[in-house]
Design a protein around this ligand. Structure first.
Ligand SMILES: NC(=O)c1ccc[n+]([C@@H]2O[C@H](COP(=O)([O-])OP(=O)(O)OC[C@H]3O[C@@H](n4cnc5c(N)ncnc54)[C@H](OP(=O)(O)O)[C@@H]3O)[C@@H](O)[C@H]2O)c1
Length: 321
């Protein structure tokens, strides 16, 4: 079948490991279902996979794509939940020590067909196109959990999103606006700040700029490049929710500020199947149109990878079949 895959880990030149070609048809084990993929979205995780981060060498070649939308054999449309854990695990799947994500152990969604446990194919609500539904399973789910399950923010409070146009950032902006937060955003260029403003951000700032006042919560996926600014931007008792570290994982901790202002730092990863189902309902109820910056046929996936690697994002990058 057609597939976009990583041939081998390549830390220095990840795009050299990207192949648009053919892989064997998958077989669905007992309890798993084949899903005919209609759309899937690109996440930074796919670039980490090409670099060999978070995946064992013996797992290559690996079909990329950790979220998507498609149809079951009976034609019903579904959205994919990417976390695959121990079937005996009870409770929050993201806390299962044996869990993995599509593309870490099991083949991903940039292909004609992906196989997943039956419970990972979540019914797709009406009102979303396949491309819009495809972005829900990773970036939007991560943003939903950060905002609604982890931050403790109340409607009306002020949240700062570091980064304007990335997948998780645009999801945080759109979800925060819909939930009644005051949403402030930093972006690396005026053009990027303009995207955030168009999505409803109440104020935008250049990366690292001094804010007019301190905020209740900061949402971090950038890491070293913005961490110091995130710490300085918080009110006493404020919270940073962090789910990524694109620019580097080891910023200065600024411990004196942390304890003196009683700040909290909370890690967050992906989300549960229930959170995905609730996210889909929230998006449908609020009539949110998820921002897609670039939509390409899957055969042209390399153009999307190049755009993400170069930081040329303006919302999610989606590949369609
Ligand atoms: N823990 C999880 O479950 C989870 C899930 C999804 C993603 N993530 C992680 O979250 C991160 C973002 O993923 P993504 O898919 O949203 O990536 P993306 O679409 O490429 O977005 C990257 C974002 O980072 C910002 N950025 C990058 N370098 C920056 C710098 N030097 N200074 C300021 N801002 C910078 C960009 O801001 P501009 O808009 O200003 O360019 C953009 O908003 C990745 O590290 C990814 O691995 C984690």
């Amino acid at each position: 079948m057609f597939a976009v895959y990583a041939s081998a880990p390549n830390p220095e030149s990840p795009l050299d490991a990207l192949v648009v070609g053919e892989r064997p048809d998958p077989e669905a084990p007992d309890g798993w279902v084949p899903v005919t993929v209609t759309a899937a979205s690109l996440n930074m995780h796919d670039i980490w996979t090409l670099r060999g981060v978070g995946i064992k060498k013996e797992q290559f070649p690996m079909i990329l794509g950790c979220d998507g939308a498609g149809t079951l054999p009976d034609g019903s449309p579904v959205v994919l939940h990417s976390i695959i854990g121990d079937p005996a695990w009870f409770g929050d799947e993201t806390l299962d020590p044996r869990r993995n994500m599509l593309t870490e152990k099991h083949q991903g969604t940039f292909a004609d067909t992906v196989v997943v446990p039956a419970r990972n194919a979540v019914p797709m609500p009406e009102g979303l196109t396949p491309a819009q539904a495809a972005v829900m399973g990773t970036a939007w789910l991560t943003a939903y959990r950060m905002l609604f399950s982890k931050s403790g923010l109340q409607p009306g409070q002020t949240m700062l999103v570091q980064g304007a146009t990335g997948g998780v950032s645009t999801a945080l902006i759109q979800l925060g606006v819909a939930a009644g937060m005051c949403v402030w955003v930093t972006g690396r260029t005026q053009e990027k700040q303009d995207v955030a403003a168009r999505l409803g951000a109440h104020a935008t700032f250049p990366s690292g700029a001094r804010l007019p006042e301190r905020v209740d919560a900061v949402f971090e996926t950038v890491g070293e490049a913005t961490w110091g600014h995130s710490m300085k931007s918080l009110k006493p008792g404020g919270v940073i929710v962090v789910s990524g570290s694109t620019s580097g994982p080891a910023p200065s901790a600024d411990l004196q500020r942390l304890f003196f202002l009683q700040l909290r730092v909370i890690g967050s990863t992906m989300g549960t199947r229930d959170e995905l189902a609730n996210l889909l309902k929230f998006v449908a109820n609020k009539g949110i149109t998820p921002e897609i910056g670039l939509e390409l046929p899957m055969e042209k996936a390399a153009d999307g990878f190049r755009a993400m690697l170069d930081g040329n994002t303006a919302g999610k990058i989606v590949f369609t079949r």
